[in-house]
Design a protein around this ligand. Sequence first.
Ligand SMILES: Cc1cc2nc3c(=O)[nH]c(=O)nc-3n(C[C@H](O)[C@H](O)[C@H](O)COP(=O)(O)OP(=O)(O)OC[C@H]3O[C@@H](n4cnc5c(N)ncnc54)[C@H](O)[C@@H]3O)c2cc1C
Length: 483
Amino acid sequence: MSAPSIHWFRDDLRLADNPALAAAVAAGPTLGLYIFDESPTRRPLGGASRWWLSRSLAALATDLERRGGALMLLRGDPETLLPKVADLAGAGLVTWSRRYDGDSVALDARIKSELQNAGRKVSSFNAALLNEPWQVTTKTGDPMKVFTPYWRAARARGEPPAPLPAPARIVAAALPAELAAMAVTREDLALEPHAPDWAGGLRDAWTPGEAGAADSLARFLSGPLAGYGEDRNRPDLASTSRLSPHLRFGEIGPRQIWHATRSAIESGEATAPESDADKFLSEIGWREFSYHLLFHNPDLATRNYNQRFDVFPWRHDETALKAWQRGATGYPIIDAGLRELWTTGWMHNRVRMIVASFLIKHLLIDWRAGEAWFWDTLVDADPANNAASWQWVAGSGADAAPYYRIFNPVTQGLKFDPRGAYVRRWIPEIAALGDAEIHEPWKAPSVSLRRAGIDLGVTYPSPIVDLDAGRQRALAALASTKG
Ligand SMILES: Cc1cc2nc3c(=O)[nH]c(=O)nc-3n(C[C@H](O)[C@H](O)[C@H](O)COP(=O)(O)OP(=O)(O)OC[C@H]3O[C@@H](n4cnc5c(N)ncnc54)[C@H](O)[C@@H]3O)c2cc1C
């Protein structure tokens, strides 16, 4: 009988296209292990991510059990726990899928050498990316800084390998009593909120787990993919895949998305033109690019990529930050986005850009305060995408939006939510306003406001900043960093 293997699950909570799990299962009886990392150096998961993780672990445990396997949960510091588990289990092989944030890279290297010193085999694999961050470089071997050449170089590396199937059968490793006694339950981890239970909107909106991810992809390919190139900017339409939290927790991987998209187009199962598929896959490319940036800049979430921004004169304004977080700025598209986020744990990409621009530029509040709020409230809060995107909007990032691009929330609202359906959905107190007024209620004649049941400043806030004055202030602040 071969020595047991351990597959250490982290951000790869799936069975299919999981080469590290497949290697563990091929080598012998397997212990599936998840360690809820409570070490002080790790950035704690936000509330919405904790909820997602809890549901995803439940789905993973069921999926493993259906194939004969099992998932063991532990809590604490992986650096002490994993070697101990390997000892107690007498493991011959330990596998995992690689992670790319600085803390994880360093932690994994330390654990790997400790396990190897104890005579165990350790194998790590790529389950999260089409290309590892070090595989795409400039001609001189340096990291890439601009998306278009990055994606061109990534595409030139050829088709990603075909995804692996899920292991058909898993033999669960027998656990000695001392090891079994260390296990905790999902309830012990207390990942889901209670008193108050604020997760009702999340439960209504999402099905965490590998099956939920596969359903979202299938629904997207047979529907919204056609027209994605145009409609992806419209928050009033369900026009994007909503795969982001599934990708964040590794319930689906980009190789699976790539091949499913290509084959849906080639088989004619998806009626979308090739250009829509290319656009969709290039968004997966932006995710790859964010990971490339994070790997080469481990402090991407805390430090300006462009250090010119280190002298930026940020304002400290708790009242304005709170109004933004609560969706009470008086600008309907902003407030709708932040309320969508609070209720469902997700926000449409176009609206993420608008609300981020408003916080950073019109309110002059440090992008890190916005990043932190998103980290806590997004179900897809991602160490690479969140940091890279906030820096992109701030203008401090690699290949960033030009610093002088300051989105006007009214124009953006009129352009991307032309009938106001998105705003009406999330801000019912102004829903009765007409299409011409819904994005700027402060301009509505008092008779319209009265008819719509709005007492501006009472039932819905008046704007917390004047757009023109805010814009001028932002431009002056940005110019001050130039010298
Ligand atoms: C300020 C800000 C913060 C963001 N924070 C996050 C975050 O924490 N986690 C996260 O996954 N995305 C983040 N994004 C990127 C983007 O908004 C989401 O990935 C997207 O809205 C998810 O919806 P979807 O799955 O329906 O996307 P689709 O349009 O269906 O795209 C498919 C996938 O491509 C990737 N993707 C799409 N757009 C981007 C992008 N601009 N940058 C990087 N990857 C992208 C995502 O993995 C997404 O699931 C942020 C964007 C902004 C402007």
